[in-house]
Design a protein around this ligand. Structure first.
Ligand SMILES: Cc1cc2nc3c(=O)[nH]c(=O)nc-3n(C[C@H](O)[C@H](O)[C@H](O)COP(=O)(O)OP(=O)(O)OC[C@H]3O[C@@H](n4cnc5c(N)ncnc54)[C@H](O)[C@@H]3O)c2cc1C
Length: 375
């Protein structure tokens, strides 16, 4: 019988785990090292496979208010000339990430939350208590279980922000990806005149902290030969954030995701580069699957619950991690011939192939858990 769950980290993984347990009436403590539950003012894409989970938690309608459906993927060249367009047969949702974290926070029972508190690694818990490592890519809990799992560096830096400005109609409800020239600039509609954007450039430092003004100046210079819309959108952005893109290669973490009473989830065990915009969605699915298995096998051993969880999740997350990685590499071609070939390949990609590439994102291997009711 599980008496208490300790969750280390209140990112999307930890927050969703907490909300699932709260709904099930399971006692938990959520530890977050930061002084508040928040996130930078950036965009977040949610694929439609997580909508039923949001719905079960009573969050879908309020999440929809934070953005709009994405109906089209449009690839274009530097001058915004269309390269290829695909319709999304299962529209995704594009939202403001900061507002999403605020929404999750509002739904959380604060009496179970310990802010400004790093989960104490030396913490000993009772035999009926579980520790969940939801502490992100540099997880200390993973480090305690397995030292030496290497982080894979992509050699790419992603710059992003949200701008408010009117754009032509074709940008509405669209994911607009400007490709070619070993760089990438994407504009994603959120709602009204709000657009999130990101630029991917080459880079090699582990921690990139650049003040917004300097980032703006650097990016406007870098993209000065692009269509004026690109510079206008960078110029209209108050806060620009950057992330160095990294993940863990699935073959470097062929290990159980659990040990004794401790289990890992989200980026703590399967970080992905954001080329499929799906790491947060994987974390939401992890939380749902793990919490439901805990509920269904309430008297079962931790080993059997955790191994079923890993079994249900591993194949999908490995596919997304690898596909995101290869997509990131494919879209950035330093060699001019290969760059031209990549653009030509995108132009010639038939709709059925695009659907096939996107299919693993939508795949869920936990249908029976979906139909089970919360007791
Ligand atoms: C540039 C970029 C864009 C992205 N865009 C998308 C997107 O559009 N859609 C999508 O689905 N995914 C996206 N992702 C992926 C997504 O952001 C991550 O997969 C997701 O945030 C992982 O959530 P997490 O909770 O596992 O980890 P994190 O978000 O890293 O959260 C971990 C939390 O644990 C806390 N913590 C760490 N150590 C401790 C400790 N010892 N004690 C207590 N607290 C601790 C941290 O402060 C943090 O709050 C993107 C990622 C990047 C880098």
């Amino acid at each position: 019988m599980i008496h208490h769950v300790h969750i280390a980290g209140a990112g999307i993984a930890g927050l969703f785990m907490a909300l699932c347990l709260q709904q099930q009436g399971v006692a938990f403590t959520l530890y977050e090292q930061s002084p508040d539950i928040s996130y930078n003012e950036v965009g977040l894409g949610l694929s439609s496979n997580v909508f039923p989970i949001l719905d079960k938690l009573g969050l879908l309608a309020s999440t929809r208010l934070l953005g709009d459906d994405i109906l089209h993927f449009r690839f274009a060249d530097k001058q915004l000339e269309p390269v290829k367009e695909f319709a999304l047969h299962a529209p995704a949702l594009s939202i403001n990430r900061k507002q999403f974290h605020q929404l999750l926070y509002r739904h959380l029972d604060k009496s179970n939350l310990k802010l400004n508190t790093r989960f104490p690694l030396s913490h000993t818990v009772g035999s009926n208590e579980i520790i969940i490592g939801a502490d992100g890519i540099h997880s200390a809990i993973r480090g305690r279980m397995y030292s030496g799992i290497p982080i894979r560096s992509s050699g790419q830096v992603l710059w992003r922000g949200i701008a408010c400005m009117p754009l032509p109609e074709e940008f509405k409800q669209s994911y607009f990806d400007i490709i070619g020239g070993n760089m990438r600039f994407a504009i994603v509609h959120i709602r009204g005149n709000h657009y999130s954007w990101y630029a991917i450039t080459e880079g090699s430092t582990d921690k990139v902290i650049v003040p917004s003004a300097a980032a703006r100046q650097m990016l406007m210079k870098l993209f000065s030969h692009y269509h004026p819309v690109v510079n206008m959108i960078i110029h209209a952005t108050d806060n620009i954030y950057c992330n160095y893109l990294q993940d863990i290669k699935p073959s470097d973490r062929r290990v159980p995701w659990f040990q004794d009473n401790t289990v890992l989830m989200g980026d703590a065990i399967h970080p992905a580069t954001p080329n499929l915009a799906n790491g947060a969605c994987l974390a939401i699915e992890d939380a749902f699957v793990l919490s439901r298995l805990m509920q269904q096998h309430i008297g079962g051993s931790f080993d059997s619950i955790f191994s079923q969880y890993q079994q249900l999740r591993e194949e999908k997350v490995n596919r997304i991690v690898q596909q995101s990685w290869y997509l990131g590499k494919l879209m950035h071609q330093p060699n001019r011939m290969l760059d031209k070939a990549m653009i030509m390949g995108t132009r010639l990609t038939p709709a059925f192939l695009f659907k096939k590439i996107y299919a693993p994102v939508l795949h869920t291997g936990y249908k029976s858990l979906m139909s089970a009711e919360v007791i």
